[in-house]
Design a protein around this ligand. Structure first.
Ligand SMILES: [Fe+2]
Length: 383
């Protein structure tokens, strides 16, 4: 069958259907080690199976795959090529199969926008969920002015979300210098002609102190970024990086970046000084436990799995719930905390150093290199 006639499903449509809880089957036909490094894991009713394309095509019966013939199957591979073969193979055997257009490379570029309840000064609070990475960025709108926090590099997603909201971007912020994805903040500041805010301690390389090569406005503890009728207050919470900040809005929302997640905390070992940074992280946690009220809604920079979502699919939780249930943030004793962190350390992905250098403007990365560097879900949390 010619490739053009093979039934396909665009990754965005697959994401939206899984997100709505449709019991779709996803068959991943990549090599097992690639599947192990990260795969489609979305929705409450997802039925996920994996079998390499070469093995699948050699089967005389499809029984070992365990697919349900009465439900659609989305077949996914690396770039949407070999999945077409598997899809044709399944269709010839009576399955309603679809090849996921562009494969995992395209899946990792899908963003789903989820609106939250407005606050007194923010007419719109939108969480942009980059599913393949478990990475969350935000658009906050007040009186038509928008602040964009932790954008990924696919700026067209932000442009269309801003257009839908009828909002004009006035500033872009990184809560910290990212290691797991290429920040879109510098390019956004350029494209929108707006300031880029980042803490000064994250504007230098943590590896050798080399100053980053990019224009920015330093953001310090207690600074506010005013836009529309809103003012975001920066709280310096070092540990995951030296310059990590949380951003507070209306004393009701806390955008915590990679400092604090719903179920974990940002790993302190990415700068090569795990013990010193773990101590900083402890102090940051102590500080917010003293200063933040329990009803503050924490909006993190990442999640690891579906359990971190609320019923409305947003990844968020009240600070008092996190303080009571988060495996790291509920530890009340410094030495127990440090021991817990030390006991959960795994080697960071090699790409993280390169990504951080690129985010600092210290090296250039092509789009195809970026796809490879960013591939797989984030490993920013202590697990
Ligand atoms: Fe991260």
């Amino acid at each position: 069958m010619p490739d053009s006639l093979i039934a396909q499903i665009p990754p965005q449509e697959l994401a939206e259907r899984l997100d709505q809880g449709e019991p779709l089957q996803v068959l991943d036909v990549r090599a097992p080690e690639k599947v192990a490094a990260g795969h489609v894991a979305l929705g409450s009713a997802l039925d996920f199976r994996a079998m390499p394309n070469s093995k699948l095509l050699g089967l005389s019966s499809l029984d070992p795959v365990g697919l349900d013939r009465t439900r659609p199957v989305a077949v996914i591979c690396n770039r949407g090529n070999s999945s077409k073969q598997s899809t044709a193979f399944l269709r010839e055997r009576g399955y309603e199969a679809f090849s996921v257009t562009g494969g995992m490379a395209a899946w990792e570029q899908v963003y789903v926008a989820r609106p939250l309840v407005p606050t007194p000064s923010l007419a719109h609070v939108v969480q942009l969920d980059r599913l393949g990475k478990g990475a969350l960025s935000y658009i906050l709108v007040s009186d038509g002015d928008a602040l964009v926090v932790d954008p990924g590099r696919h700026l067209d997603r932000y442009d269309s979300a801003l257009a839908d909201l009828g909002a004009t971007p006035v500033a872009v912020v990184d809560t910290h210098m990212h290691a797991d994805y290429l920040s879109g903040a510098r390019a956004a500041a350029d494209r929108w002609q707006v300031p880029y805010f980042v803490h000064q301690d994250d504007a230098v390389s943590p590896y050798d102190g080399a100053p980053g090569r990019f224009a920015h406005q330093p953001l310090s503890d207690g600074d506010t970024i005013a836009f529309g009728r809103a003012a975001l207050r920066a709280v310096h919470v070092p540990g995951h990086t030296l310059g990590s900040v949380a951003l507070l809005a209306d004393d009701g929302l806390a955008l915590t970046g990679d400092f604090l997640f719903v179920r974990s905390i940002g790993r302190p070992d990415l700068g090569g000084q795990p013990d010193a940074w773990a101590r900083l992280l402890w102090q940051s946690l102590e500080r917010v436990r003293r200063e933040w009220s329990g009803d503050l809604l924490v909006l993190p920079g990442h999640y690891a799995n579906e359990e971190e979502r609320r019923a409305d699919r947003v990844v968020a939780a009240r600070f008092d719930v996190i303080a009571a249930t988060n495996q790291a943030a509920r530890i009340q004793d410094q030495s127990a905390f440090l021991a817990w962190v030390a006991g959960h350390q795994v080697t960071p992905p090699e790409a993280y150093r390169t990504i951080k250098q690129a985010n600092l403007g210290l090296l250039d990365v092509s789009d195809s290199d970026a796809d490879v560097l960013e591939s797989g879900p984030n490993q920013c949390a202590v697990r």
